[in-house]
Design a protein around this ligand. Structure first.
Ligand code: MG
Ligand code: ZN
Length: 220
């Protein structure tokens, strides 16, 4: 059995998301919706990305969490502008929350915005926020079978980052099975194996991101 999220809710969400997108386009802010399970390493990846891109790219972050400011504090400690959204129990971000957060950022001073969505592989990808691309982060300890179990989010992704690859020796993550299921679901999405702590793969991931920002017209 499949349940449908109410159509009026999604239509209302999408209408405001298009307004967000217009604003982001006008301000030249390339925006990435980052989707993952809790603990997949989204925040660590954002921090490693910011470090790799350096001063050439001005980054900001919108942090979505059910509760707490833990991740926002980590981001701000690195001198990166960050707005925390607490959903108070809701399992995904919606476009009106992002609209409010955009109002708190100096969009003229940002080239790249990460929206770190609530950790959840189920419904986050149903809610367009106005982003230019969505990236799913899957960590090695979660297992290679996640695309088979949660196909929707992997199908919709513009890229997939496989994080914590430094843990490959201790987890039964079948890379070939993972790539096979991804090529069935979403053959065009590039896959970036990374380790944020070791720095592995960060160069290839940031090069892809930079090329997306450049073709959007940012970093001119
Ligand atoms: Mg986080
Ligand atoms: Zn949800």
């Amino acid at each position: 059995m499949q349940l449908d999220i109410g159509k009026p809710i999604l239509e209302k969400n999408d209408a405001l998301a298009h307004e967000n997108r217009q604003l982001l386009d006008d301000k030249g802010v390339f925006t990435v919706n980052m989707l993952a399970s809790p603990g997949a390493g989204k925040t660590a990846l954002i921090l490693a990305t910011a470090e790799a891109l350096g001063d050439a790219c001005r980054i900001a972050v919108i942090e979505g969490d059910v509760a707490s400011r833990v991740d926002a504090e980590l981001i701000k400690a690195q001198g990166i502008p960050c707005v925390q959204i607490n959903t108070g129990g809701l399992c995904h971000l919606e476009s009106q929350m992002v609209a409010a957060a955009l109002g708190q950022l100096d969009l003229d001073a940002i080239d790249l915005l990460f929206i770190e969505n609530v950790g959840n592989l189920v419904c986050t990808s149903d809610f367009y926020l106005g982003e230019h691309c969505s990236v799913v982060v899957l960590s090695v300890p979660e297992g290679h079978d996640k695309p088979v179990k949660y196909p929707g989010i992997f199908q919709a992704a513009d890229a997939v980052v496989v994080s914590k690859v430094d843990a490959l020796p201790v987890f039964a993550f079948d890379e070939r099975a993972f790539r096979t299921s991804m090529s069935d679901l979403n053959p065009l999405a590039p896959i970036f194996p990374v380790s944020a702590v070791k720095g592995t793969g960060i160069a290839a991931w940031t090069a892809w991101l930079k090329s997306k920002i450049e073709s959007f017209g940012g970093l001119a």
